[in-house]
Design a protein around this ligand. Structure first.
Ligand code: GDG
Length: 723
């Protein structure tokens, strides 16, 4: 049976004299897939466990539940949980940037605790296991796990919204958080909107390319998808069939016999919009004196994160408003608001859901909101009305709820009045299709969807480094003594990493040492074959006795010689027609520019907005295809560039020339880009071709990054220098 290690901030097990399993949605979701997967839990124990007790607690959790605890001190919990997670990331994920605080020491603890979680996972994970990480407390964990063991299939699910890039970018540790996440093989969100925002942040902050469902990076892929969470289906079904529920419902029916009941259930959190909801209730009571006596509002606000200042302020604000409203509108026989700052038992909650004539679910923003779905699941033949904020993720699915803008108090008041007066048929017509959906697509369904997709990701990345193979047979052929051999090496993306500013892509010390060692061998010729201008290559590599090929083969410089045109009959008159088109795109795409090379014109859009730049590049290519079809040019869409170059010049052409002129026994050609495919197209038993990085290729071998290719060149250098 395949193993799934589920990692969430809190273990779903309460540690006391006895271990007791809690019954949240996540627990039931995962219990529902236990018959197909061997499930393990990892999480924080909640309260601080004394050092002397930890070993015993660990043993009991392992024996009774196959769970692994993560311990932290009270101080660490304050810094990691209340501080960084709940006073820094949570408000930002919910568009409340003015509530987002930040402290360096919070972040340091967040890193340390994420590392502790990683250790806990690695202590029990076996190669190939699936690890499912939950939520914003553990955003760094996916990358930590992947770095430690690439064979793990790591999934991450975000239970909150992911905000617009413009908001997310405010966070002082934005890059670290995003980098942490993309370590995962699969990242799930409740809605497509959150996915879209996440992609946008990845593209802008990390300058990575992303398709609608995948992000390519570091030679591998992270898939992204939409998985709307559902209710604890089996839990609700069982409760609604129970005697305990029926009795409770009967008692509430009696208690509220002549009342219209409006139910509100949420954590005491500023995202849930309680003060605005109270403003609507107050306006409703003021403007509808005829409905005052017959309407009772029950507000259950579950205490939450009381160690965070903002939550204390909220409690004071809510208590003050409720006191004022009840003081003003109570009569001898009715108190408008029954306020419970606490939670009720599950059977009471279900009975309240069923009895309530209206549920007001009016968060200012909410990842999903399960209360809305649970309310629907508890409706019978004479259902109530769900008033639902359009800013809850659930609004995407609960299409026939009465949707409101919670910021518009008048609209909420009108919706409330209409709901209280709505006829039975209309209520049924609204609830029934939603009920079918929430009962079928429950949390078990959700977990199944996610795990099935995670199971399918390839733990070995698509663009897997084949260093093993490369360093075996290829290394042997290349280092065999007494044979003449050549290396044709592309520069950007092969010998050095692609960077934002191309001027900064200079050779490392290690690269210089390697070139110096290789190039002094009589039996080995090195060619650096680049799209760069000769001046750049001359400046950075000119002192090595290697052949430099610039501008994709337009100019060459052999060791000890000066630069010359590779082919002096190249026709470049097309430039006059192409340049104005590129100039127009540079002018209308902020951040983009035109580079004029001797044999090519290049439109660069690396510094433009990634989505706008990509769209404009498509437009430009379309326009160029029409206008250059009869010109002697090639069109190339590379990494953040569109290049128009002479057809008479290409890297493959130059390589062919040198290979046929010299009688090499073995030739290695390596590159990362479309222009290198011209070298890879040369087929001969003595030519070994290597693609660096992801993407389609005709090359026979692949390594994942310039760093991996550098390791391979180091091996050659070592081997050769020991001969
Ligand atoms: C986060 C996201 C997302 C509430 N009062 C009582 C009680 N509850 C239970 C409800 C429901 C749960 O608490 C609340 O879940 P929500 O989804 O509404 O909200 P968050 O706690 O903010 O959850 C949210 C969710 O994660 C899942 O991904 O939907 O957007 O913010 O299940 O039933 N349960 C009992 N008594 C109560 O008084 N027994």
């Amino acid at each position: 049976m395949e193993r799934v290690i589920n990692v969430s901030n809190r273990l779903p097990i309460k540690v006391g004299a006895q271990l007791t399993k809690s019954s949240g949605g996540l627990v039931s979701a995962l219990e529902g897939i236990r018959d197909r997967y061997d499930l393990h839990w990892i999480g924080w124990t909640g309260a601080e466990i004394e050092a002397s007790q930890r070993q015993q607690v660990t043993q009991r959790l392992s024996d009774e539940y196959g769970a692994v605890p993560v311990f932290m001190t009270e101080h660490e919990a304050e810094s990691y949980y209340l501080g960084f997670s709940n006073a820094s990331i949570w408000p930002l994920l919910h568009y409340m940037q003015s509530y987002a605080d930040y402290q360096d020491d919070w972040f340091d603890t967040y890193v340390a605790i994420n590392e502790r979680f990683a250790e806990a996972v690695l202590s029990c994970a076996k190669d190939g296991d699936m690890v499912w990480v939950h939520d914003y407390h553990l955003m760094l964990l996916p990358s930590m796990l992947k770095q430690a063991n690439t064979s793990l299939r790591v999934g991450f699910f975000l239970h909150t919204p992911f905000p617009s890039y413009e908001v997310f970018r405010c966070h002082p540790r934005r890059e670290a958080l995003i980098r942490g996440l993309i370590g995962a093989d699969l990242i799930g969100f409740h809605t497509f909107g959150y996915l879209r925002h996440f992609r946008s942040a990845v593209m802008r902050l990390l300058e990575l390319e992303s398709d609608i469902d995948v992000i390519a990076h570091d030679g591998r892929e992270t898939r992204i998808g939409v998985y709307p969470i559902g209710i604890n289906g089996p839990g609700f079904k069982q409760m609604l069939d129970s005697e305990q529920y029926r009795e409770q419902l009967a008692s509430y029916k009696k208690l509220y016999e002549d009342k219209r009941l409006v139910l509100n259930v949420e954590r005491m959190d500023y995202t849930k919009g309680i003060p605005r909801k109270l403003a609507a209730i107050e306006e409703f009571l003021e403007s509808h004196p005829d409905l005052r006596e017959s309407t009772t509002f029950v507000i259950i606000a579950v205490p939450s994160r009381q160690g965070v200042d903002r939550y204390q302020k909220l409690i004071e604000e809510v208590e003050l408003a409720i006191g004022r409203i009840n003081g003003r509108y109570s009569t001898v026989t009715n108190t408008p608001i029954h306020f419970i700052h606490g939670s009720v038992a599950f059977h009471e909650l279900c009975a309240l859901y069923t009895r309530a004539d209206v549920a007001m679910v009016t968060p200012l923003i909410d990842g999903m909101n399960l209360v809305a779905k649970e309310y629907i699941a508890c409706q019978g033949d004479d259902p109530g009305v769900l008033i639902l904020s359009e800013f809850a993720g659930a609004a995407q699915e609960l299409f026939s709820a009465t949707q409101v803008n919670p910021y518009n108090v008048h609209e909420v008041v009108d919706a409330l009045k209409a709901a209280l007066l709505m006829g039975r048929e209309e209520r049924r017509a609204a609830i029934e299709p939603m009920k079918e959906r929430v009962t079928k697509q429950d949390a078990v369904w959700w977990a199944n969807q996610f795990i099935t997709d995670l199971a399918q990701v390839s733990p070995t990345p698509a663009a897997a480094p084949s260093n093993q193979k490369l360093s075996g047979d290829v290394l042997k052929r290349l280092t065999e003594a007494d044979t003449r051999k050549a290396l044709f090496l592309d520069y950007d993306g092969t010998l050095v990493d692609i960077v934002r500013n191309p001027e900064q892509a200079v050779p490392t010390k290690q690269l210089h040492t390697m070139l110096a060692t290789l190039a002094k061998r009589d039996d080995l010729d090195v060619y650096v074959v680049s799209g760069r201008a000769p001046e750049f290559l001359e400046q950075h590599l000119g002192h090595h006795p290697v052949t430099l090929v610039a501008e994709h083969g337009y100019t060459v410089r052999e060791p000890g010689e000066s630069w010359r045109l590779y082919n002096d009959s190249v026709d470049l008159s097309w430039k006059q027609r192409v340049r104005p088109i590129l100039d127009l795109y540079a002018a209308t795409t902020p951040g983009s520019s035109v580079e004029e090379k001797r044999s090519a014109l290049v439109w660069h859009y690396r510094k433009a907005d990634p989505e706008f730049g990509r769209w404009k590049s498509g437009e430009l290519i379309g326009e160029l295809m029409e206008s250059i079809s009869n010109l002697p040019v090639e069109l190339h869409h590379g990494k953040k560039i569109v290049e128009v170059s002479s057809q008479q010049v290409n890297k493959g052409e130059v390589m062919r020339y040198y290979v046929s002129k010299n009688d090499y026994a073995v030739v290695l050609a390596a590159g990362d880009d479309q222009t290198d495919e011209n070298m890879f197209a040369l087929r001969s038993p003595n030519i070994i071709t290597v693609k660096v990085g992801p993407g389609d290729t005709a090359a026979a071998y692949r390594v994942s990054s310039p760093a991996r290719f550098g390791e391979f060149l180091d091996l050659i250098t070592e081997e050769i220098s020991s001969q």
